[in-house]
Design a protein around this ligand. Sequence first.
Ligand code: AMP
Ligand code: GLY
Length: 421
Amino acid sequence: MKVLVVGNGGREHALAWKLLQSPTVEKVFCTPGNGGTALLENCENVPIPVDDFASMKQLVQEKGIELVVVGPELPLSLGIADYLQSHGVKVFGPSRKGAYLEASKSWAKELMRKAGIPTASSAVFTDRESAKAYIRQQGAPIVVKADGLAAGKGVVVAKTETEALAAVDHLFDQQFSKLVIEEFLTGQEVSVLAVTDGNTIVPLIPSQDHKQIGEGDTGANTGGMGAYAPTPILDEKLSRRVYEEILQPALTQLQKDNIDYVGVIYAGLMITPEGNPKVLEFNCRFGDPETQAVLSLLKTPLADIFLACTEKRLALLPPLQWEEGFAVCVILAAGGYPGSYRKGDVITGIDLAEKEGVMVFHAGTKLVDGQLLTDGGRVLGVTGKGNTLQQAIDLTYRAVAKIHFPDMYYRRDIGHRVLSR
Ligand code: AMP
Ligand code: GLY
């Protein structure tokens, strides 16, 4: 089988890499892919932008591609699944309506309300003055969120009222027309990625991302600076609660709303100090960098899972098989990220890192005349495994030390949050 992976991040490199390990997969195409997918055996990058659906359909027809797997939220929210499916193509990824789960926070909140899913209390605003009055009434800390897709930049966790009021102006100034303002929750964040065929939902192993740029969870939020899986924060009992109180009700509500959702439902959770899971956000796709850690431990062929979803027979798939132990992914970023950063610097040492026994996923890289150059804020995701979390961390950082590019930045405390509990 030939498969197309849409996207160009570390997540898509991991998806392509894992798909190629499935016995039924002969070749993977990536649109547009990155330096990492360019180097994978039996993988070919095709320079089609993620929102050029007509060119993708043409590629699928020309190459005899049987399955399309969509990485990022943007093409999903623009209707890539609807378009390709209307041309008879199997797509792993929700329809445009299903993608509202991520593309509109107010829509997701409403779904949670209807389904009785636990989440922070919130209110929706379309004008500055009512939003500000609400903030003054509620006080800080408080969380201000833009309603549309914002590439990770639409959420302000405001410690003070002044900060929250400024966030309202800032977000309305950036053409967002709706805000969700919500209760500030404390606790441990956990990411649960679950696959669904629209009838059955199956969670993957739970992971934990490290969203902030600085060590000790300080500084600006990023797309994610590192992740590990499985996280012991979600024990068996809590995992069952997440399934029963969040995942299954979300799917049932989507069905009631006549949305045939095929793809990933990503539940970003806060486990409160009382030990209750509450939803911070839903995403309509795999997490990045959670996917790099989670898929590193998957034993079931990934293509079998995707086909079971697109062919609506996920209930018949045997339970997913996972390797014992832990996986850790440390993001190597360009200095300055998540603000402005340089591109085009030469990267060295990946081969030496991989000799240590890790997998180096490329996020922002490109291959120019055989030379690997930085091409984004998050550049690489070094991913190592171990029998214990500590062993996985030690191996991963040993490998990280072999890699170099000018101004390379990474957090040295990925995974330590749970070790120091
Ligand atoms: P979101 O895109 O909604 O997940 O928000 C991005 C990040 O902001 C989350 O990963 C959390 O770290 C933080 N965040 C979002 N909502 C809340 C909340 N209600 N309370 C505390 N932190 C939050
Ligand atoms: N790592 C966070 C996300 O993928 O949204």
